[in-house]
Design a protein around this ligand. Structure first.
Ligand SMILES: *Cc1c(COP(=O)(O)O)cnc(C)c1O
Length: 400
């Protein structure tokens, strides 16, 4: 591969434009709250920071509850955040062929020590939040909806993040709308909202150093998030990591254990506010592309497209596919991962299988989560994916 070959991203992030950097974009939170029809949103410096604020707030209400229940297949930042607050992590296996909780296992896991249950929407596909709520509320716990990968998704016309007690979105690079790093908290409960705003105020200093870093990263993202330059910042490092066998680095699963907590400058909010004006049209176009792509992929005998709760309207940053075996998945990836077509993997492992998390996540018997990790691959649904690209991908996945 040459240094600058064409490269598609693994997820559909909203591309920034030069004019997003002009002053006077408006109020990011107000624009998004209006688009999504939510109560006021609270801006944080990352999705993980939002989760920290949510957990601290709940802990103050129930200091005797010390356990957080997570799906065994989720972003490593989630257990890192829980652990950093001194809370106990309890993994719950997923249901077969899925990323959402196994309901029987979740029922068995929740008890008087449970502070929160975190149902998680992955790849824009929606988890069953109502069931998590029924199980949590029965034991007096709360539900925090991890909607980091689902900004813009709806259930019965309402934004995700509101069916649970608290929800959060991520504005990280590659997750739809991006400030390079950012997050949003939401809740339908006014008392919780007030408490979370107070909680954040006490813990969130302005950091010139972090703001400079994030601002430069955001400029870099705006410049390079296009097929002609993405190999520089994404494709070439990916291929390097794959050549050295470091799969976790290849998909960006290795995070620092120390979570930055700082304010987001007006300037970055302004960039996000301008870009946010294009978000509804961008999500709609992605939905139309994804539905076509899904029809093609589902016609392949060896491919299952992972779906969310029936009747929900998710977003489509990518399509998650399950192949019949780990061997079949790895064979397909060996032909596709390095090709610049946006084919990749979601998280590499179930949470107990990350060596670097060993001091944080105890081993657990989670066969379904491990199986999901072993058979899953993703097809990025970026606006640059052409029919010719899709044909290449389908050709490989159709092979026996
Ligand atoms: C990315 C992600 C997070 C963390 O969000 P950041 O903004 O990167 O801190 C949490 N949960 C899931 C499922 C994610 O994909």
């Amino acid at each position: 591969m040459s240094l600058l070959s064409r490269e598609l991203p693994p997820t559909a992030g909203l591309p920034l434009q030069a004019r997003d950097f002009l002053p006077g974009g408006g109020d990011l939170c107000a624009i998004l709250a209006e688009q999504l029809g939510t109560p006021p949103l609270q801006l944080t410096c990352s999705g993980t920071h939002a989760l920290l604020i949510a957990l601290r707030t709940l802990r103050r209400r129930a200091p005797h509850r010390d356990t957080v229940i997570l799906p065994a297949y989720t972003c490593p930042l989630v257990p890192i955040a829980v652990h950093s607050l001194g809370l106990r992590i309890q993994l719950c296996d997923t249901r077969r062929d899925h990323f959402d909780f196994d309901p029987v296992a979740l029922h068995a896991a929740a008890d008087a020590r449970t502070l929160a249950i975190i149902p998680t929407h992955l790849g824009g596909r929606l988890a069953d939040v109502d069931r998590a709520c029924a199980i949590a509320h029965r034991v007096g716990a709360w539900v925090i909806e991890d909607a980091a990968q689902a900004l813009g998704a709806r259930v019965a016309g309402n934004s995700v993040g509101l069916r649970g007690d608290i929800g959060f979105f991520s504005l990280a690079a590659g997750k739809g709308l991006s400030l390079h790093e950012g997050g949003l908290l939401l809740t339908h409960d006014e008392a919780l909202r007030t408490a979370m705003i107070e909680q954040a105020a006490g813990h969130t200093p302005f950091s010139l150093r972090w703001e400079l870093i994030r601002s430069l990263q955001l400029l870099g993202l705006a410049a390079c998030y296009r097929p002609s330059l993405l190999s520089l910042v994404y494709g070439n490092p990916l291929r390097r990591a794959l050549r050295s066998g470091d799969l976790e680095a290849a998909v960006g699963d290795v995070f620092p254990l120390d979570i930055p907590q700082h304010r987001v400058s007006r300037w970055r909010q302004n960039v996000g506010a301008r870009a946010a004006q294009r978000l509804p049209d961008f999500l709609q176009a992605a939905r139309l592309r994804a539905l076509q792509l899904r029809v093609q992929l589902e016609s392949l005998p060896a491919v299952d497209v992972v779906d969310g709760m029936p009747g929900t309207q998710g977003t489509w940053p990518m399509l998650m596919l399950l192949l019949p075996s780990e061997r079949a998945r790895d064979k397909a990836l060996s032909a596709l991962w390095q090709r610049g077509l946006g084919v990749s993997r979601m998280f590499i492992h179930a949470l107990p299988d990350y060596a670097y998390l060993r001091g944080i996540v105890a081993d657990a018997d989670v066969p379904n989560a491990r199986d999901f990790a072993a058979r899953c691959l993703t097809v990025g649904n970026s606006p640059w994916l052409t029919h010719a690209d899709t044909r290449e991908i389908v050709k490989v996945l159709a092979r026996k």
